[in-house]
Design a protein around this ligand. Structure first.
Ligand code: ATP
Ligand code: MG
Length: 359
């Protein structure tokens, strides 16, 4: 979105509040079509409280973690694409009549001023015109308006510069996930109404797209961090133990049925929040807007039986999102763990690195 150039290998760098994920992708010719190959990949946890709900608190720790993820995994590329998410990012789909470029620019500024709950001067605004889905819609332009607070972009850009990398572009997590979905599931993406739910540590991003056209993007303040906090409080364990429990490693003192009860309560409230977004989307015309398939990614997608919980709640086929489904990954050269059990963590990073060339 907030963009610059491209033609070379890019490093998609997902600076989450729990961990930094990096993927360097090389463009790879596959017959007539371009594909991607993972050149290098890495994952490095961040110290607790270095980033809180998408805000960088300890920039030194973040810079060090970025350097570590590059050095440890021999990531040679320096051209980085990052993304921001959370409450200082707003994505809105608006509809405007067809008009000239200058007039359109002014209308978009007007719309931004009326849709963004921050002073316009403090906000970086960008937009993309969506391709029309039917001839009838050519009367109107469907536009995605994206706004992010300038101070947020500045603090993320700063850590990149301090880590001595070149910032190619700043995206939003939701668009990165949209790209990752398009690249990896082209058939479902073009033919169905699909949803990707990326459940991280403090933010859950929902992307809804219908026949290749983005419909709705939403960041909810939900994630593994809140799950672990609730487990810590309700079962009187340390935060680290609560996190381990999420990964399926219970401490001896806790009875499995007690943990199951707390976990189920947390999953239930997550599903209820996700349901609000689905209901909001489907409300206008349930027939036309029926969600057909759900993909899950992010750290919390590794939770045992989470797909089943989604299927039971929404009655829609739900699968774990595979960000390497069409991206070539040489298991002989790279650690297979990233490609296997850690794959759910890499949706955003892969989406960032598959960024299209500037038009
Ligand atoms: N095996 C597992 N099962 C369940 N949860 C897990 C597992 N492994 C990690 N998590 C949880 O996933 C979360 C981290 O996921 P992820 O890396 O997607 O978040 P992030 O991108 O760093 O955060 P955010 O995007 O919210 O800022 C943590 O809360 C962690 O406790
Ligand atoms: Mg994340």
């Amino acid at each position: 979105m907030f963009s610059f150039k491209r033609e070379k290998a890019l490093v998609g760098l997902d600076i989450g509040s729990h961990a930094v994920k990096a993927v360097e992708l090389q463009v790879r010719r596959k017959g007539k079509k371009d594909g991607f190959e993972v050149a290098r990949i890495g994952y490095e946890p961040l110290p607790h409280d270095a980033i809180v709900e998408g805000t960088i608190i300890d920039s030194t720790a973040v810079v060090e973690t970025i350097k570590t993820v590059f050095d440890k995994n021999k990531i040679g590329g320096r051209d980085v694409v990052i993304s921001v998410s959370g409450n200082s990012v707003i994505i809105k789909k608006i509809s405007l009549p067809v008009m000239g470029t200058e007039e359109l620019r002014e209308s978009i500024i007007w719309e931004a001023k009326h849709n963004i709950p921050y002073p316009y001067e403090e906000t970086h605004v960008d937009y993309a015109i969506l391709k029309p889905s039917s001839a009838a819609e050519i009367q109107n332009l469907e536009i995605l308006l994206v706004a992010a607070k300038k101070d947020k972009i500045a603090s993320y850009s700063n850590v990149i510069h301090q880590a001595r990398k070149t910032l190619e572009a700043v995206e939003v997590d939701a668009f990165a996930l949209f790209n990752a979905l398009e690249v990896n599931y082209p058939e479902d993406f073009q033919e169905q109404t699909t949803v990707l739910v990326n459940m991280g540590a403090t933010i859950t991003t929902i992307v809804i797209c219908k026949k290749g056209v983005p419909q709705l993007f939403r960041d909810l303040p939900i994630g593994g961090f809140y799950f672990a906090e609730n487990i810590r409080k309700d079962l009187n364990v340390r935060y680290e133990e609560a996190e381990e429990m999420l990964k399926g490693i219970p401490p001896k003192a806790v009875k499995p049925y007690e943990f199951a009860a707390v976990l189920n309560a947390n999953i239930k409230s997550l599903l209820e929040e996700v349901e609000k977004t689905f209901t909001f989307y489907e409300a206008e015309d349930q027939q036309q807007k029926k969600i057909e398939q759900i993909f899950l990614s992010g750290g919390l997608a590794s939770l045992k039986n989470i797909s089943v919980a989604f299927e039971q709640k929404f009655g829609v086929k739900t699968i774990l999102f595979d960000p390497f489904r069409t991206v070539f990954y040489n298991e002989k050269k790279l650690k297979p763990v990233y490609y296997q059990e850690m794959a759910p963590f890499f949706g955003v990073a892969v989406g960032l690195a598959t960024r299209k060339k500037e038009k």
